[in-house]
Design a protein. Sequence first.
Lengths: 282, 252
Amino acid sequence: MTETNLKIRSIKNIIFRTIIIGVALLAILPLFFIIFYVIKEGLSAINWEFISSVAKPIGESGGGILSALVGSSILIVIAVIIAIPIGISAGLYISEHSDSKLSSMIRLSVEVLQGTPSIVIGIIGYFWFVKPMGHFSALSGGIALALMMLPMIVKTAEETLRMIPFSLKEASLALGVPYYKTILKVILPAGLSGIMTGVIIGIARIAGETAPLLFTAFGNAFFSTNILKPIDSLPLLIFNYATSPYTDWHKMAWGASTVLIFFILILNITTRIIVNKWKIKY
Amino acid sequence: MENQILTTENLFAHYGDIDTIKNVNVSFPKNSITAIMGPSGCGKTTFLRCLNRMHELTPNAGSRGKIILHDEDLNKLEPIEVRRKIGMVFQRPNPFPTMTIYDNVIAGYKLNGIRKKRIEFDHIVEDSLKKAGLWEEVKNNLHKKGSFLSGGQQQRLCIARALAVNPEIILMDEPTSALDPIATKIIEELIVELKNTVTVIMVTHNLAQAGRVSDYTAFFYLGDLLEFGQTEKVFTNPKNEITEKFLTGKIG
Ligand SMILES: Nc1ncnc2c1ncn2[C@@H]1O[C@H](COP(=O)(O)OP(=O)(O)OP(=O)(O)O)[C@@H](O)[C@H]1O
Ligand SMILES: [Mg+2]
C-alpha cells in the first residue's frame, strides 16, 4: 500500500468519526436544551417556602407545592405497594416456568399493557374504580399508576432472575432446602439489586404521568392525605398551573417541573449506583 | 460386608423414557474414597445425583430400584434428610454470592431455619473451615462476602459448607475440573484428609487423580457399571476389556 493511500484512509476515518460524534451531539442537544430551559425558568421559583407550604388562594403571592409533593408521594407509595408483589411474583413465575402456557400469556399481557396509552389506563381506572366508588380518589390514582409501572417490574424481575445461574439453586437444594425456601432465601436475594432497579425505573416512569391521574386522582386544591379523597400531584399541578392565565402560577409550574426533573434524575442516578455497587459476582 | 455405608440395588435412572443408568448394584465402603470414572455421557453425573435424590428434581427424570444408607431405604426418608446426610460438591464452585463466608458455611442451617446459639455456629464455622483447609486463609474475613475468594478457595468454601451439616457421605462431581493445578492439588490432599470423617464418592475424568486419591474405582460405560473394585486392582488388572481400553486411553 502506498503512502497516499494510507493518508486518504486516515482522513476518511477522521471525517467519519467527526460526523458520528456530531450526529450524536445533535441527538442529546434537545435534551440539554429542555433541561437548561426548565431549570432556567424554574430554579428561581424554588425556595424553602415553595417546597414546604401549601398553595395560597389566587391573588395572594407566595405559597408552595407541598400538597402536590405529598400527593405525588402518596400516589407513588400506593402504586409501589400494589405493583411490587404482583410484578415480582409474575416475573418470578415466568423466569421459573419459561415454557408454560401461563408464562406466555403473562408475557403477552405485559407487552400489551406496556403499549397501552396512559390515557386509556386513566379511563380504565375511571370506569373500574372511580365510578363504582362514586368519586375521585388517591387510591384509584395509585392503582392506575401501578398498572403503568407493572410491565417494567415484571420484565426486569424476569430478566434478573433468569440470569441467576442454576448452580446457585442447586447449591441450596443440595443442602436439603425446600424449593420455596430456596426461592425466598437464595434466588430473590440474589436478584434484589436488579429488581430494585426495575422498581426505581418504574417509579421514575410514573412520577411524571398526568393522563392516568386526570381521571382518577383528579387533583385537589387543598392539602389532603386521605387516600379515599381526590389528591393533588406534581404533574397535575403543572398541568393546572401552566394552563391557567396567571403568570405567578406559570412560574410555579416551572418550579414544580424543575423539582420533578430533579426527582427523576436522582432516581436514575440511584439505579446506576445500585447496579454498580450491588453487583453480584457468581 | 460389615462396613458398607451405601448400597444400590437394581438402580435404574431415566430422563424421559430413556434409561441412562441401568441396573446398578454397588456398595460403597465406609470412610473410603471412590472414584467414578467412564467416558463422557456414560451417566456418572446422573448416578451421583441419584444418590442424594437430586436427580428427581430434574423435570421428567426419575429412578427405580433401592438405595440403602446403612439399613435405611433412601426413598423412605424425606429428601431434606437425605441431603443432610449425603452432601454434594459441584463441578463449579457455587458459594452463595449474597452471603458472607461465615453465613455460607452455616447455610445448611440458616436456609433450613435451624437455629443454634451463636457460639455453636462459631464453632461449626471454625471446625468446618479447618477441615476444608480454608480457616487460616479466611479467619480474618469471615464476615466478608465470599466472592473475592479464588476459584480454589471458593470450592473449599463449598466443601466446608457441605461438611458443616455433618454429612456421612459427600458426593463430588468433578470438583477440580474448573481449577488450576495448584488448587487441584490442595483439594486432592483435602479429600484424602476427609476420609477420616466422611465417605467420599467423586466423579473424575482424570485417571491420575483417581489413582492418587481413590481407594475404589467404579467404571461406568453407557449407563452400565462395568467394574467396581479397589483402584489398584482395577488400574493394574482390569477384568473388563472396555475398562482396559479406557485406562489405556483407547476410548473416552
Ligand atoms: N437433563 C437431562 N435431560 C435429558 N437427558 C440428559 C439430561 N442430563 C443428562 N442427560 C443424558 O444422560 C446421559 C448421561 O449424562 P450424564 O450427565 O450423567 O453423563 P456424565 O457421565 O456425567 O458425562 P460427563 O462426563 O460429560 O459429565 C447423557 O446421554 C446425557 O445426554
Ligand atoms: Mg458429568
